[in-house]
Design a protein around this ligand. Structure first.
Ligand code: NAI
Length: 281
């Protein structure tokens, strides 16, 4: 029960990584205020008896700064303060390439994925100062590390989240507030199929394909699950992570370790193809 008495705010808590993190915090004794755009799923989750009234929900659009501020202030009012904030809500954003994207789509994606994290941090700090300190964890992505995993606006926003977390850690250390980010790899959530939610068959096909392919695509040969990220969030938020500040924790089953031949004995590397004896020695 590492989080007994702790007051936690989670955005995007109605699904996927956010939902698993809400469950994990409550299982370890925390009280949680969850914000999400999906009011139906949020209300249903908060009403579940297993949470024993330790979960509250407020409909929140993280693109709306007023909504973010209201979520955090209401959490502080409800619980008497805020100790931990998980800035996590997100979606794929604009899909266009750099030679096609409009300014409106760019701004929409930045507001959803980057401004939301900055403003969540902005408005929780006063409450954390009152509490004598706190912990902020932000969801970045392997898109912040390498090209090739997602759309350019999404990847740029997530790189912003990673750096924003580090700079926030530097500025907030004097207030006993730690800030870190997490970069998940492929995690089995609704995020991939969500863009096709109007085409249920296609959404189902995408989910099945990701489940089938991801164990083969990375050194850890199984699908990444929301709880893999939740446990990393809890570590960073806990006293055990008390000396960890300003880092990005990659939780990706090793998918960004390097070229496939470095971890898959069945895949020859370039050197092995050119010079079989030297390459294999
Ligand atoms: P998900 O789709 O299961 O959950 C996202 C939640 O955010 C949903 O409940 C959705 O309603 C909520 N949301 C979306 N837009 C919102 C808004 N404007 N205001 C408030 N809530 C909003 O997806 P997942 O995967 O759990 O995503 C969580 C975070 O993890 C996102 O920031 C995503 O970019 C990030 N991520 C996910 C990865 C994955 O492989 N699933 C990989 C790397 C990062």
């Amino acid at each position: 029960m590492r989080f007994e008495g702790k007051r936690v705010v989670v955005t995007g808590g109605a699904s996927g990584i956010g939902k698993a993190t809400v469950e994990a915090f409550i299982a370890e004794g925390a009280q949680v205020m969850m914000g999400d755009l999906n009011a139906e799923a949020g209300d249903a989750l908060a009403a579940e008896s297993r949470f024993d009234n330790r979960l509250a929900f407020q409909t929140t659009d993280v693109c709306d700064v007023g909504d973010i501020r209201s979520l955090i202030d209401n959490a502080a009012g409800h619980f008497g303060g805020v100790d931990i904030l998980f800035n996590n809500a997100g979606a794929g954003g604009a899909q266009e390439r750099i030679d096609e994207i409009t300014a409106e789509d760019w701004d929409m994606t930045m507001n959803l994925l980057l401004r939301s994290v900055a403003m969540g941090t902005r408005y929780v700090v006063d409450h954390m100062k009152q509490a004598g300190g706190g912990v902020i964890i932000n969801t970045s992505s392997i898109n912040a590390h390498e090209a090739g995993w997602g759309p350019i606006a999404y990847a740029t926003a997530k790189a912003g989240v990673r750096h924003l977390s580090k700079l926030s850690a530097a500025q907030l250390a004097q207030h006993n507030i730690r800030v870190n980010s997490i970069s998940p790899g492929f995690i089995m959530t609704n995020i991939f199929a969500d863009s096709r939610k109007d085409e249920p068959e296609e959404a189902r096909r995408i989910d099945e394909a990701i489940h089938a392919i991801s164990p083969m695509a990375q050194p850890v040969a199984r699908s990444g699950m929301p709880d893999d990220i939740a446990q990393a969030v809890l570590y960073l938020a806990s006293d055990q992570g008390g000396f960890v500040n300003g880092i990005d924790l990659t939780v990706d089953g090793g998918i960004t370790i390097g070229h496939r031949h470095s971890w898959d004995p069945n895949t020859p590397g370039l050197l092995e193809l050119i010079m079989p004896e030297e390459g294999s020695s």
